[in-house]
Design a binder for this molecule. Sequence first.
Ligand code: PLP
Length: 367
Amino acid sequence: MSINYSEIANPSIRNLTPYQPGKPIEEVQRELGLTDVIKLASNENPLGPSPKALAAAQEALTRIHLYPDGGSYELKQALAKYLAVNSQQLTIGNGSENILEIIVKAYLNANNAAIATQYAFATIPLLIKAAGAKLITIPTVEWQHNIDATIAAITPETRIIFVVNPNNPTGTYTTKNDFNKLLNAVSQDILIVSDEAYSEYINQDDYPDTLKLLPKHPNLIISRTFSKIFGLAGLRIGYAISSPEIADILNRARLPFNSNLVGTAAACAALQDKDYIAKSISLNSQGRKQLEAGLKQLNITYIPSLANFITINIQQDAKIIYEKLLQKGVIVRPLNAYGLPTHLRVTIGTHEQNERFLKTLREIIYV
Ligand SMILES: *Cc1c(COP(=O)(O)O)cnc(C)c1O
């Protein structure tokens, strides 16, 4: 008798729709026989890795026969200094998606619920559903997380409220006022998770400085990553900053060796590379202006973004435009999985990459 391995799997897992990542460059080269391919699909840093991080990673390679330090002592020390927090407030993860997973593992179950906005970063609803918890989705207002509706949706079951700030794939952000309103409205047994994968790019007065809010709000958890501005997506390092009480729980919930030796060494060095960080910020703001100007010329609307990507509305089946861009060696991200069939998400690249994207899009649209 043959076993149906889907049937005997946990229902919360069996019914998940897998996350759709950006297409890797090698896959497009292989499948389409192209050599000159650019990827603007996963919000990676177009500068490549920081030279300091690269050197630290190479040095660390001589030690990869050893287990990493499960407690990530050095990275925690470096981060504590960088963020001006206590190292006991930190949890290190295998990417920040692992941080989100650890939070869910520690605090969500089939008897409670979590709230997220419509169009929230796809990993978040995925994790909530995988935990068997109830997912409450709040419709956006002009692409924004509706904080008033979020507060109104709280029930006795609510354990976590996720705020993705800025959100991926919309690029929109929750203001300081709204964030404070939420923090002040909830009872402290409800965790507020602020997913800030792009916060280092932001220099906007009304963007919340959540680190400052931590001492007064022990239910706040901030999630950040080395994958975006720090240019280490392939090495999978992310972290949480929280009250020491929550950090203690998260560190119990994580796997003993969830952060790798090469990644933590590179992350320590990346924090020190101020030039690289400054260059990344300025390249991104120049590239955003370049893309916005180019899109206006093409009469293509976009959602204003604070992050390192822009989501555009091409008013037609975006999957077709996506495929045509692929054929010409430009990988972007279709957003069908988000219920946005006419939108594409484009990572802000180098000046040349942005030019190539705009030129290729023009060729496709005005054939
Ligand atoms: C990219 C991203 C992450 C996850 O990045 P990791 O590589 O797992 O650190 C988390 N949240 C948002 C909103 C993102 O866009």
